[in-house]
Write a protein of this length. Structure first.
Length: 134
């Protein structure tokens, strides 16, 4: 699969894309990203504010929380997540991606709870090795 930051300009997804990239700088992207999505789906009033991101970074074991905080607050990776010239937001808008997480499977737009992603992929591709026991 290919992961891309395609945040929407009409949501808080920019802050999550930045926090993801900051966690990635410390080799903590998979744990952080999974944690932030799980946290979002368990809140009664979901929010992407920094206190939630910081709490998830702690739980995910991001090694240098001070560097993570500085990175997020200074929006260091904004150029990366915006694809330098805004192509990422243009792609997100053209695909009508308005929620996080959004997934494309076989070039068809699918919006799923991340916990159902494997199930959706295996419905399309039951021959994949990871789908044998799905």
């Amino acid at each position: 699969y290919e992961f891309q930051y395609l945040y929407s300009t009409n949501s808080d997804s920019e802050s999550v894309a930045i926090a993801d990239a900051c966690a990635e700088k410390q080799d903590s992207f998979p744990r952080f990203h999974r944690g932030i999505l799980e946290r979002f789906h368990t809140l009664n009033f979901p929010t992407w504010d920094f206190s939630e991101q910081y709490s998830v970074a702690q739980q995910a074991g991001v090694p240098d929380l001070n560097a993570f905080e500085a990175c997020v607050k200074e929006k260091e990776p904004l150029e990366k997540v915006a694809y330098q010239d805004g192509k990422g937001t243009v792609i997100a808008q053209s695909l009508q991606l308005r929620q996080i997480p959004s997934f494309l499977i076989d070039c068809q737009f699918v919006l799923l709870n991340h916990l159902k992603l494997k199930e959706a992929i295996c419905l399309q591709h039951p021959d994949l090795a990871a789908c044998e026991n799905a």
